[in-house]
Design a binder for this molecule. Structure first.
Ligand SMILES: Cc1cc2nc3c(=O)[nH]c(=O)nc-3n(C[C@H](O)[C@H](O)[C@H](O)COP(=O)(O)O)c2cc1C
Length: 340
C-alpha cells in the first residue's frame, strides 16, 4: 500500500487550529523524526502562506490542514435564543453578542488557490469532503490528499471522492470531531476498533487519531493497521506549542476531572475539559457551526485574556492526563519508545 507520509517515525503532529500548531512545533516534531501538520483553519490565506514559507525554509516534509465548509444553515430563532442564553456570560466581560448568525467558508477558495498554485506535500481535510474537482486539483498539483473520517461510511465516501488516504479519528479525540454531519455525534468506539472497521470497509492507507495517552496506545494503533498515529492533546503542553497559558494550566490542573463532547462553544461536537461554561449551557446548546463559533468568539477571547478557564474552550482528548511538558522532540521520542 502507498506510504502516505515521508517521515522516519510513524508519529504525526495533528493539526490544531486556534494557536497550538506553530512553525516551531512543526520544526521540532520533524527534527525528531515525526510528520507535522500546519493548521490552516481560522487563518487567512496570507497567514498560512507565511507559515508555509517558514516551514519550507527548514527543509522538512509537512502537511497543511483545511476546514471544509459545510454550507449548513442555522435555525435563526434557535440561534437568537442561544445568544440570549449566553447574555450573562458576555455581561461578565461587558461584551454584547451579535444575535444574527455569521456564516463563512473559512476562506476555502483563497486557501485552495494558494495550495494549488504553490503546492505542499500533503493536505488533510476535516469537517467533510469538498467537491471532487477540488480534491482532483490538489492531486494534479502533486499533493497527497487525506480526508479525516469518523466512520466506515465516511471512509467509503472519501474513497469515492478520490482521496489518497485517511485520518481515522475516534471520538476520544480532543478538539472538534471531524464528523461530516456536525448535527450528529461521532460514534463512541475506541480508535483502535474504528481503525479495524474502516480497514474492512476501504483499502486506503490511514493515520489513526484520537485519545492517545502514551506509547502503548501508539503501538496498539499501529498493530490495528494504521500507518502512523496522530497526536494532538499530548503536544499541547510542549514548549513549542502555541497553547494559551490558561489552556496549558487547565491541562495540568487536578481541578479538571473529565473530558466531554460539547457544542456549547462552536455549534459542532468537540471534546473539551468539562468546565462551568459547559455545565451551564450544555442543555441549551444548538447545532450551527460556524455561526456559534463566531457568536462565542469574543467571549472566549476575553476569557483567554483574563485566564478564566471556566469560560474557555479547553479542547482536550481523553488522554489529556498524560500530556507531557518539555520539548516536543522528547514527546515524540517517548511516544515511540515501545516500538521495535
Ligand atoms: C486544540 C486542538 C485543536 C484542533 N484543531 C484541529 C484542526 O484545526 N483541524 C483538524 O483536522 N483537527 C483538529 N483537531 C483534532 C486533531 O487534529 C486530532 O484529530 C486530535 O487532536 C487527536 O486526538 P488527541 O487530541 O486525543 O490526540 C484539534 C485538536 C485539538 C486538541
Amino acid at each position: 500500500m502507498t506510504r502516505l507520509l515521508d517521515s522516519r517515525l510513524p508519529i504525526v503532529a495533528a493539526p490544531m487550529a486556534g494557536g497550538p500548531s506553530t512553525v516551531a512545533l512543526a520544526r521540532a516534531v520533524a527534527s525528531a523524526g515525526g510528520f507535522p501538520f500546519l493548521a490552516g483553519g481560522y487563518k487567512p490565506r496570507e497567514a498560512l502562506e507565511k507559515e508555509i514559507a517558514a516551514v519550507r525554509a527548514a527543509d522538512i516534509a509537512f502537511g497543511v490542514n483545511l476546514f471544509v465548509p459545510s454550507g449548513e444553515s442555522v435555525d435563526e430563532a434557535a440561534f437568537a435564543a442561544y445568544a440570549e442564553e449566553l447574555r450573562a456570560e458576555a455581561d461578565a466581560y461587558g461584551l454584547e453578542l451579535d444575535p444574527s448568525p455569521v456564516q463563512d467558508d473559512d476562506g476555502w477558495g483563497e486557501k485552495l488557490a494558494l495550495l494549488t498554485e504553490d503546492p505542499v506535500p500533503v493536505v488533510s481535510l476535516t469537517f467533510g469532503l469538498p467537491d471532487r474537482a477540488d480534491i482532483a486539483a490538489l492531486r494534479r498539483a502533486g499533493t497527497r490528499v487525506i480526508a479525516t473520517v469518523t466512520s466506515p461510511g465516511e471512509a467509503r465516501l472519501a474513497r469515492e471522492a478520490g482521496v489518497d488516504g485517511l485520518v481515522v479519528q475516534g471520538s476520544q479525540a480532543g478538539g472538534h470531531s471531524a464528523v461530516f454531519d456536525g448535527t450528529r455525534d461521532p460514534e463512541s468506539i475506541t480508535t483502535a476498533a474504528l481503525v479495524r472497521r474502516v480497514l474492512q470497509a476501504v483499502d486506503l492507507p490511514l493515520i489513526a487519531a484520537g485519545g492517545v495517552d502514551g506509547p502503548g496506545a501508539v503501538r496498539e494503533l499501529l498493530e490495528a493497521g494504521a500507518q502512523a498515529v496522530a497526536v494532538g492533546t499530548l503536544l499541547l503542553r510542549t514548549d513549542e506549542a502555541g497553547t494559551s497559558p490558561a489552556h496549558r494550566a487547565a491541562l495540568g490542573s487536578p481541578s479538571f476531572t473529565q473530558t466531554v463532547l460539547t457544542r456549547v462553544f462552536t455549534g459542532r461536537p468537540a471534546r473539551a475539559l468539562r468546565n462551568g461554561f459547559i455545565d451551564r449551557h450544555q442543555a441549551a446548546s444548538i447545532d450551527g457551526y460556524p455561526a456559534v463559533h463566531h457568536l462565542t468568539r469574543s467571549l472566549r477571547a476575553a476569557a483567554g485574556r483574563a485566564g478564566d478557564a471556566d469560560r474557555l474552550h479547553l479542547w482536550a482528548g481523553a488522554g489529556w492526563r498524560s500530556a507531557p511538558t518539555g520539548s516536543a522532540a522528547d514527546a515524540v521520542e517517548w511516544l515511540t519508545s515501545e516500538l521495535d
